[in-house]
Design a protein around this ligand. Structure first.
Ligand code: NI
Ligand code: MN
Length: 224
């Protein structure tokens, strides 16, 4: 099974394949490194790790344009409902939502979550089964030991791991996270977007895990 993984920049992805498409954390407007515009994205689903502006991003515009279903924390879905989004799948840590492409499970993340001063529920990581492949988006988080358990339970093929420091792990801690999760491939995210973040992925060299650094706008086909 093949999965096309398009890095949208920052912590954003478009996963597509087999007629299914899912956007994660589409922060495009105001992201100087983004290559895609919101109107460029075609998708059936949008999944959000948490409510910060650099993750909700252009969700409202993309959801309306595509009549897409949004998967996110209960409080984020309440907010999006007020903005006129009709197709919502709220969840919370420990829960799993079945979809046309597979499922999305909510895992913990050590972070915060608010938008325009409003509480947006707990932040999450997302474990996504997409056409049989498992993609673990850690969300914004610090390092935690249960990443090992998440890896054992879900056996992710790919993990997107934040390494930009300041608001998340840095490259050294992110490498430790990758060693705990043990995906086949780790993709570093949440760096370079702003001057306050680390400007490269130097030091993200986990033992035993292949690292794949993607440029914003780049599509990588995983599997065959
Ligand atoms: Ni955040
Ligand atoms: Mn963030």
């Amino acid at each position: 099974m093949a999965l096309d993984i398009t890095f949208l920049g920052h912590a954003g992805f478009l996963l597509s394949g087999n007629g299914n498409s899912l956007v994660i954390d589409p922060f495009l407007s105001g992201n100087g490194l983004a290559v895609h515009r919101p109107e460029d994205l075609s998708c059936d689903y949008i999944a959000l790790t948490h409510g910060h502006a650099d993750h909700i991003g252009d969700t409202v515009a993309i959801a309306q344009h595509n009549d897409a279903t949004v998967i996110g924390a209960f409080e984020i879905c309440n907010y999006l409902g007020e903005k006129g989004i009709k197709k919502l799948e709220p969840g919370n840590a420990g829960g799993c939502i079945r979809t046309e492409f597979g499922w999305v499970a909510f895992t913990q993340a050590f972070h915060s979550s608010s938008y325009e001063g409003r509480y947006m529920g707990m932040p999450n990581g997302l474990v996504i089964e997409f056409n049989g492949l498992v993609f673990y988006h850690c969300g914004d988080t610090g390092l935690f030991g249960d990443m090992q358990m998440i890896g054992e339970i879900y056996k992710p093929d790919i993990a997107a791991i934040p390494i930009g420091d300041r608001f998340t792990m840095d490259a050294t801690l992110g490498a430790k996270a990758a060693e705990l999760i043990k995906p086949r491939v780790a993709i570093p995210v949440h760096y370079k977007t702003f001057p306050i973040l680390a400007q490269d992925a130097n030091g993200f060299t986990p033992h035993g895990v292949e690292v794949r650094e993607l440029e914003p706008g780049e599509t990588w086909r995983y599997g065959t």
